[in-house]
Design a protein around this ligand. Structure first.
Ligand code: AHR
Length: 661
């Protein structure tokens, strides 16, 4: 074929597919319109999800701000060791006089009294500190690591440093030299190239000349973060989330958002700007949060993976379980005094300006200064997290809600209705939200797989002309196949009810091995490995296969068997038709599929099958016991499908492939 003919052929094929996609997009209108944002993610810094997890910082306690309020025995020296080599000596102490910033009050003072020059010692003589990372620092051969530290030189002469990464036995596997040149706080940087791999390395900072200095915000990042962002995310973990193609990400919590008492509420303004001015604080889950993964990084990550940001701000009340009052009925809710509400409301409004406002606005300018002049297109804002519905809560929520509605009618506010699928807070929360005409409320439930199976009709009777639902946290108790498949069955009911359920996200997302506060999670990891639960695969299969039109009559099954579930959606943008078929039972079951309504359909589909025994699970040691199997299968307008026991099957009929090529 000559070039001209080839081009004509290409155009013809493209227009054929285009017609096909357009026809299918028209067909979509025959279905029921459902939310195009349905399946997203909920990220909370629980189980070391952020520091020591998704946030790629390798130095632990980088700013010497750890305190015993986080964990007994923790203090500014935690995860640091005083180190001398070559018969040198000196002393260290933690000081607070003239810190880098009031938000970052502690720093390390180092008095290098003597650098040994004994001829018998052939290594680097010095006085300094060693950081042991988050249970070791992972270093990969031939990869680069970005080191930085702030130093205030307190003596007249410049101070020289040797920075190295070392194996546990002290072998140097990466090295750099730095010299101070300022008596003010100044950031010094170096790139460390690893000569070998080591999963348990230490970072060693040795002052190699005598003098006094102050040291703070000692940081080490792999050069290869997700999308190579500075102050970025651990690439492998972030990629797992990107692969899910979530519609949105809710952050930063959970209980972390409303906090353990008023002083522990997550205040977004403390989490933006350079790291050295961010305010570290106790993580409600029993460790420290650096806020290095702060609002800017959350928003940037959302943008990087095409997810809408969904920040949750406290409703000016703390967690009702503050002070561990969980066991006596959650009597610990603390509320901001009314005379502080104006300032707090302004903080909420400022977030919207920071995210969306022009660069000429006060807060838009701060976003631009951080490197993002364009708007982040914030659409959703959550106010409150499963709070106890008290009169004090209602008063404060209403004040915030009214102010946002008045100044930013374009923002969709999400309210909260307690921690359970029913009960007092649920009932009161819904009543209050409906009276106030809150657009969406956030329901939470963690319960048994059986509950999910027998409650698949929960949303069928919800009022379509009132407040909508964000199922912000849900999971069945466990990470075995039966948990995941029960969730899959339930998720087909979310699609069926996608005209009232606007958003849904499984929780919690991440858990680090040996640092886990919450038993059932979606992704388990350690410093080098990940284990994807069957629940992850179910979530991914749904979120990467979303549609915006629902078709109720395409798949038939035994309606009396609650173990069987199915849904059919179409994505009107691509025209793709997606079938989801779930069998929670112990035997193969028949489903009948009739695609007549779609007119012409492709002759083949991509089939993704997740199947396994009901107790099957993945672990870090055996991560691949249950994995989805993808194949291409022939498809007819009407066909029968025998769904294996304990399985989720997805058929994706791609009507747009040709157009994209
Ligand atoms: O997802 C874990 C916790 O469960 C969340 O922080 C909280 O909102 C819920 O109680």
């Amino acid at each position: 074929m000559n070039r001209l003919n080839k081009n004509i052929a290409k155009v013809m094929i493209a227009s054929l597919f285009l017609t096909f996609a357009t026809l299918n997009a028209q067909t979509a209108k025959k279905g029921k319109k459902i939310s195009s944002d349905l399946f997203g993610l909920f990220f909370e810094d629980i189980n070391y999800s952020a520091d020591g997890g998704l946030y790629a910082e390798l130095v632990q306690n980088r700013s010497f701000e750890y305190t015993p309020t986080e964990q007994k025995g923790w203090n500014p020296y935690s995860f640091w060791e005083y180190t001398t080599t070559g018969y040198s000596f000196g002393r260290i102490s933690v000081e607070t006089n003239s810190p880098i910033h009031p938000n970052n009050p502690h720093y390390m003072f180092l008095d290098v009294e003597h650098i040994g020059k004994e001829a018998k010692f052939t290594g680097v003589s010095g006085v300094g500190l060693k950081n042991t990372g988050f249970a070791g620092i992972v270093v990969k051969v031939n990869e680069k690591y970005n080191f930085s530290m702030f130093v205030r030189q307190l003596s007249k002469e410049p101070i020289s440093f040797n920075i190295s990464l070392q194996t546990p036995k002290g072998k140097v596997i990466a090295e750099a030299k730095l010299t101070t040149n300022s008596t003010d706080w100044k950031k010094y940087t170096a790139s460390l190239l690893a000569s070998e791999s080591e999963e348990n390395a230490n970072l060693v900072i040795l002052a190699t000349s005598e003098g006094k200095l102050a040291l703070d915000v000692v940081s080490l990042f792999p050069e290869k973060t997700f999308k190579n962002r500075p102050n970025g995310l651990r690439a492998d973990l972030a990629q797992l989330l990107a692969d899910m193609k979530p519609s949105f990400i809710r952050f930063p919590g959970g209980c972390l958002a409303h906090g353990d008492g008023l002083g522990n509420m997550y205040r977004w303004k403390n989490t933006i700007g350079p790291n050295e001015v961010r305010k570290e604080q106790r993580n409600i889950w029993g460790y420290n949060q650096t806020a290095g993964l702060g609002y800017f990084e959350y928003f940037q990550f959302c943008e990087d993976i095409g997810a809408k940001p969904l920040p949750v701000l406290p409703a000016a009340v703390s967690c009702q379980n503050s002070g561990n009052t969980w066991s006596i009925g959650g009597t610990g809710q603390r509320v901001l005094p009314l005379n502080e509400m104006n300032e707090y409301i302004q903080e909420v409004l400022d977030l919207i300006e920071w995210a969306n406002g022009p660069v000429t606005s006060t807060w838009g300018a701060k976003r631009a200064a951080a490197g993002h002049p364009a708007s982040f297109n914030l659409q959703y804002v959550g106010i409150g997290n499963e709070d106890k519905i008290t009169p004090e809560f209602e008063e404060r929520f209403k004040m915030i809600f009214d102010a946002v509605k008045a100044k930013h009618p374009e923002i969709v506010v999400i309210g909260t209705v307690g921690p359970s699928p029913d009960g007092e807070d649920f009932t009161k929360g819904w009543k209050f939200a409906k009276e106030l005409k809150v657009p969406i409320v956030d329901e939470h439930y963690y319960t048994s797989p059986e509950w999910f199976i027998s409650n698949q009709h929960r949303y069928d009777t919800y009022n379509r002309n009132s407040t909508e639902v964000y199922l912000g946290e849900y999971a069945s108790w466990g990470n075995k196949m039966r948990n995941a498949i029960a969730e899959a069955a339930y998720m087909t009911s979310l699609e069926r009810n996608g005209d009232v359920v606007r958003l849904a996200s499984y929780a919690p997302l991440f858990a680090k091995k040996d640092y886990t506060q919450w038993k059932t999670d979606m992704i388990f990891f350690d410093n080098t490995k990940v284990s994807l639960t069957p629940n992850y695969y179910v979530q991914k299969m749904f979120s990467a296969n979303q549609g915006d039109y629902y078709f109720g009559n395409v798949i038939s099954k035994d309606e009396k068997d609650a173990n069987l579930a199915a849904s059919c959606v179409q994505d009107s943008k691509s025209g793709d038709i997606i079938l989801k078929i779930v069998n929670f039972g112990k035997e193969i079951k028949l489903f009948k599929i009739n695609l007549e309504i779609f007119g012409n359909i492709p002759s083949q589909a991509e089939q993704t099958l997740l199947v396994g025994s009901e107790d099957a699970e993945n672990t870090l040691e055996k991560p691949n016991t249950v994995v989805p199997n993808i194949s291409v299968v022939k498809i007819k307008k009407a066909f029968d499908y025998s769904a294996p026991a304990m399985s989720l099957t997805i058929f994706r009929l791609s009507t747009s492939k040709g157009v994209k090529k």
